[in-house]
Design a protein around this ligand. Structure first.
Ligand SMILES: [Mg+2]
Length: 265
């Protein structure tokens, strides 16, 4: 039974902000079924309003209030746990306006909290060494997400999760990640929909962050064969008979209405 839908955006609905084939129509059909939905993205630079604008330009009918970004979740986490603290955000690109209300400082302004956003050229040896130094001093480090890769037109790019593993090993301390696949993001979205988590279907192209992460938080998962999907990764998982596998695999979001109708029949 599917009583709520949680959708990843990049690689599922769009790539480079162009709608994937059949995606606009599928979202329209799903809206017609009257099932509550939210969009959960690990995007770190664009705000909810900017994402809604881009999706609208791509042909979708999506409101900013339906979108949860890793930056928004991180801002809420900081307000709850470190209100008013001097926060250094290391992020490729602009700092999202979803972070509004957070007291931002630079790396040399005695930060009390460090936030890691999306990886990119700003993740230099010097910047990451500064993060490690602060971490060793006991300054809490929060990450907007733990994604290992993201997909671009030119292929996969390594993301923040790759650096987290190394920083954690070097410092002997854990970094808390807020976005997918952390249970925090899934829980917040499910609460906003007011649906039991077991009746929520998460749809994504990232096998670990989206699908297995959701399943570990008691949601159902559906993997799409678009975006960053790589068949070898699924095959490797399926060969391990004891490990978790996606509940459902569909060719693309265009097949989602049929899957939801089948599960609800
Ligand atoms: Mg994605």
């Amino acid at each position: 039974m599917v009583e709520g839908l949680l959708l990843d955006i990049d690689g599922v609905m769009v790539t480079s902000w162009e709608a994937l084939p059949g995606a606009v129509d599928a979202l329209r059909r799903l809206a017609g079924l009257g099932i509550p939905r939210m969009f959960l993205t690990n995007t770190t630079s664009l705000s909810r309003g900017e994402i809604a604008d881009r999706l609208t330009a791509a042909g979708f009918d999506v409101a900013a209030s339906e979108i949860l970004t890793a930056a928004k979740l991180t801002a809420e986490y900081l307000m709850a746990h470190y209100p008013g603290r001097r926060t250094w955000v290391l992020n490729q690109g602009e700092i999202s306006s979803d972070m509004e209300g957070v007291h931002l400082v630079g790396p040399d302004e005695d930060p009390e909290v460090v936030v890691l956003g999306g990886a990119g050229e700003v993740f230099t040896q010097a910047a990451l060494s500064r993060v490690l130094e602060l971490m060793l001093r006991g300054v809490p480090v929060i990450s907007m997400h733990r994604s290992m890769t993201w997909s671009t037109d030119a292929g996969l790019r390594i993301d923040t999760g790759v650096y987290l593993e190394g920083l954690e090993k070097a410092a002997g301390r854990k970094i808390r990640a807020v976005g997918k696949p952390s249970p925090l993001g899934f829980r917040t979205a499910v609460e906003m929909m007011g649906v039991d988590p077991t009746a929520v279907l998460m749809v994504g192209d990232d096998m670990h962050s989206d699908v297995l992460g959701a399943q570990a938080s008691a949601l159902q998962g559906a993997l799409v064969r678009t975006g960053k999907f790589r068949p070898e990764m699924l095959h490797r998982l399926q060969r391990d008979e004891f490990g978790p596998v996606p509940d459902h695999v569909i060719d693309s979001v265009a097949d989602l209405p049929a899957l939801v109708e089948k599960l609800n029949a």
